[in-house]
Design a binder for this molecule. Structure first.
Ligand code: HEM
Ligand code: HEM
Length: 145
């Protein structure tokens, strides 16, 4: 397999994480409105679009990275921390995506779902931030060694 294939996952996950950070930046006015009583405007469709891109790329990257490690490094899980932290991001991505889609399809005032959605996604973004650090060790040990 050509060497560049092993770089697709790290680049994809970095791009996806940047998109998620942008989605959070777009959601910030909504947080101020929902929880701090500020009158702000929220780029609803734009937020949903970048949020979806981020979630889809994260999941594709996760599955692709797992498949490559399973094939080339004797079974998935070989990366240790990077693997285990990835398992924690999965439920956050799934929950964030489902709650986001429900609120996007049926627009109405809600009390708890935006909060659950926001917390799950901020958690996912935090975990992705950790993955950049654990991922750099994986790049050093698996790709540059
Ligand atoms: C949301 C962020 C990320 C998730 C969920 C994620 C998830 C995963 C998973 C599940 C694997 C397979 C591990 C195994 O079976 O032991 C993997 C492999 C790998 N990850 Fe990540 N990762 C993320 C970000 C990153 C970043 C930012 C980097 C680099 C800085 C990186 C570098 C790697 C490398 C080099 C591999 C080996 C396979 C390959 O080269 O495609 N990952 N990742
Ligand atoms: C990583 C990606 C995402 C992040 C970081 C994120 C973050 C947030 C945050 C922090 C809020 C404000 C919650 C609150 O005020 O309590 C919010 C609201 C919202 N998000 Fe997302 N989100 C993401 C993905 C998505 C996706 C994929 C969708 C679905 C299309 C979506 C749809 C919505 C909607 C409709 C609201 C407004 C809910 C309301 O106030 O009624 N989000 N998001």
């Amino acid at each position: 397999m050509p060497g560049f294939v092993f770089w697709i996952h790290p680049v994809l996950q970095l791009v996806a994480t940047a998109m998620a950070a942008y989605a959070l930046y777009l959601a910030w006015p909504r947080v101020l409105r929902n929880h701090f009583g500020k009158r702000t405007s929220f780029a609803w469709a734009e937020h949903g679009k970048w949020g979806k891109y981020a979630h889809i790329l994260w999941m594709l990257g996760l599955v692709g990275g797992t498949a490559l490690v399973a094939r080339h490094w004797g079974g998935s899980g070989a990366t240790g921390d990077h693997y285990w932290i990835a398992q924690m991001i999965m439920p956050c991505i799934a929950g964030g995506y489902i709650t986001g889609t429900i609120m996007d399809r049926d627009k109405k005032p809600r009390k708890y779902m935006p909060l659950v959605h926001g917390v799950l996604n901020v958690l996912a973004l935090t975990i992705a931030g950790f993955q950049i650090f654990t991922g750099m060790s994986v790049v050093r040990e698996f790709l540059l060694h």
